[in-house]
Ligand binder design. Sequence first.
Ligand code: RTP
Ligand code: MG
Length: 138
Amino acid sequence: MERTLAIIKPDAVERNLQGEIIRIIQQTGLRIVGMKMLRLSRSQAEGFYAVHRERPFFASLTEYMSSGPCVVMCLEGADAIRRYRELLGATNRDHAAEGTIRRIFALDVERNSCHGSDGPDTAAVEIAYFFSTLELVG
Ligand code: RTP
Ligand code: MG
């Protein structure tokens, strides 16, 4: 069993897409073992995406991620990190495969509707960024 961190980003929450996105995730067989809704402060968004702090899109990304509420989830399942990234599709929706979450819902390369951890080490750090052990079930 493996765990990954998923975020339904502000562009999707703004359009009331949480239910549809959660249904797609659950249909793949991944289980939600933690879930909360919150609005990141600018500095919390900067902390979460610190790995990108030198990138040209960092200021815009952290402004967007703190612009409205997110739904943050911890997902669990066999090969959860890879399976959920595959379900998300490419960062840029124009390059994302048909049927992927970003292909269906993303507005552009930044407002791409969902986040997923990219490996076991980042998943562990990202899950701990949002959830205490007591908040994770199953
Ligand atoms: P994420 O971390 O959100 O799951 O996305 P990712 O791995 O597919 O992409 P990453 O390279 O980690 O980028 C993080 C987020 O930054 C925004 N972005 N904007 N303007 C741009 O060219 C650009 N590139 C990336 C996206 O919101 C991306 O998901
Ligand atoms: Mg990433």
